[in-house]
Structure formats: C-alpha cells, structure tokens
Write a protein that binds this ligand. Structure first.
Ligand code: HEC
Length: 245
C-alpha cells in the first residue's frame, strides 16, 4: 500500500477520543488500526510491535505516513456531507434498476445496468458538484472498472471484520483520511432479495441473463451471493476544502 489512511467510525464509539484509541485489539481493528483481530504469533518482537501499534493513539493502517490523524470533528463533517450524496446515488440506481426490471426482466435490466450504471453514477456526481467523487466497488466485482484500490480494500475489510464479529457491531460507515486533500466515506451495500436476480446463484438465472453476463463480463466475480451478505461499498470522496468550517 503506497498510502496511509486514518479511519474513524462514530458509529462504534468504544473510544471517545478518536480512532483506534483502543486498549483491546478488537476495538482497535474497528477503528482502522489493525486489519485483523488475530493476535500475531511468532517472535516477541512482533508481539511488542503489535502492542505498540494497538496502543498508539491513531495507529498505522498504511505504509505511507506523514498524514495528520483523522479528527473526530472531521469525520463527523465528512459523514454529514457524504451521507446524503450516497443516499441520492442509491435512490437513483435502485429506481432505474427497478424500472428496468419491471419493463424487461433481468436479462434486459442487466444490459441496462451494464450500459448505464457508471453513467448514472457520473450524473449524480456532476449534479452534486463540489469535487465529490462517487464509486461503487467490491472484492468480487463484476465490472473490472469497479475494482477496488488499496484504500477501498481497507474499507471492505473493515466491514467484513465488523460483520464477522456479529450483528451488534455491524458498522454503518467508514471514514478515511485518504490524502492531504481528500477524505473518503464508505457505505456498505448489502444483498437484498432483488439483487440475487443478478448476483445470486447462476443456476437460478435464465439462459438469457447468463448469456448477457457471459458476453459482457467474462471474468464476472459477482455471483453466488445470498440475501444479507456484503455485496460491496459505495465510496464518496470529499475534498478537504469541503469540510472546512
Ligand atoms: C438486473 C441485474 C442486476 C441487479 C438486479 C443488480 N445488479 Fe448489481 N450489477 C449488475 C451489473 C450488470 C453490474 C456491472 C455494471 C456496473 O454496475 O458497473 C453490477 C454491478 C454492481 C456493483 C459494482 C461492483 C461490481 O460488481 O462491478 C455493485 C456494488 C452492485 N452491482 C450491487 C448491487 C446491489 C446491492 C443490488 C441489489 C440492490 C444489485 N447490484 C442488483 C447487475 C445487477
């Protein structure tokens, strides 16, 4: 990873002073400090380093460094700016998807998504303006144009971890300081019944839908999902200038 990110989740306020101010590795992982809850094995050196990382006020999640820590007020402002934008994109995509499904069934709707999803995303981004950038991504992506970058992978792992730890800890969002000029907000996207029509088990798909997907996405990773699983994340990049008081 060539950059460093600081994470903070106001939804999981085990440690009021900020991200990763945690005494236990579990809570620290939730604050973006450690990417795994498994205690490290091996040398005393590793154990000492792990303890140090967990106890550091802000932790280290990347390899870069030099970025100031993400402050609680900044994270709150990022959420304030990004949340309505994420909701607007979800509304727009879901509305169009539902209409396309009703009109032509899954195969045609999949063609529609394939043609229009990125264009609709760009449209919402343009209408919001202010330098905000929108993207949907997943470890198991269908469209290679949606593949995650390392900072997005960190966010995806954060949600996977949260879900693995139990429903009570299911995080609502994740905030990173991506660079001097950019914060990132991530919202998890879960699989609903509707989604399994095109992201469920391929045996349940019509031959037409299978054909559309095979033609357009020969390397499709986005099938085999069940209701309730994490499908991916929606990212909203927020320029630092946007959250200045
Ligand atoms: C009619 C078929 C169809 C349905 C139903 C559908 N999708 Fe997709 N989905 C696609 C196609 C096609 C793509 C690839 C094109 C794109 O969006 O960039 C895609 C891409 C995605 C992506 C971007 C990452 C990737 O895999 O490329 C996410 C996230 C996603 N879908 C989530 C969902 C969710 C959540 C639902 C249910 C609310 C859903 N989809 C329902 C067809 C569908």
């Amino acid at each position: 990873m060539g950059r460093s990110a600081r994470a903070f989740d106001p939804g999981r306020r085990a440690n009021p002073g900020g991200s990763g101010r945690a005494q236990d590795p579990e809570a620290a992982a939730g604050g973006g400090v450690a990417s795994t809850a498994d205690p490290p094995r091996g040398t005393l050196g590793e154990a000492a380093l792990f303890a140090l990382l967990t106890l550091l006020p802000w932790g280290i999640t990347g390899c870069g460094g030099g970025l100031p820590p993400l402050k609680e007020e900044e994270a709150a402002r990022v959420v304030e700016v990004a949340e309505p934008v994420a909701a607007a994109l979800t509304r727009s995509l879901l509305g169009r998807l539902a209409a396309a499904l009703e009109e032509g069934g899954p195969a045609q709707a999949a063609e529609f998504c394939s043609r229009e999803a990125l264009r609709l995303t760009a449209q919402v981004q343009d209408s919001v303006g202010g330098g905000l950038v929108l993207k949907r991504t997943s470890f198991r992506y269908r469209n290679p144009a949606n593949a995650p970058d390392p900072a997005e992978e960190e966010a995806l792992r954060y949600f996977e971890e949260g879900i693995r730890r139990g429903a009570g800890a299911r995080p609502a969002h994740y905030v990173q300081r991506f660079s001097e000029d950019e914060f990132r907000y991530y919202k998890p996207l879960f699989v609903a019944e509707l989604c399994t029509g095109c992201h469920g088990h391929p045996e349940t798909f019509s031959p037409e839908l299978r054909q559309v997907l095979a033609d357009r996405y020969p390397g499709d990773l986005a099938t085999g999902y069940e209701v309730g699983q994490l499908r991916g994340v929606l990212r909203v990049s927020v320029p630092a200038a946007r959250i200045k008081p």
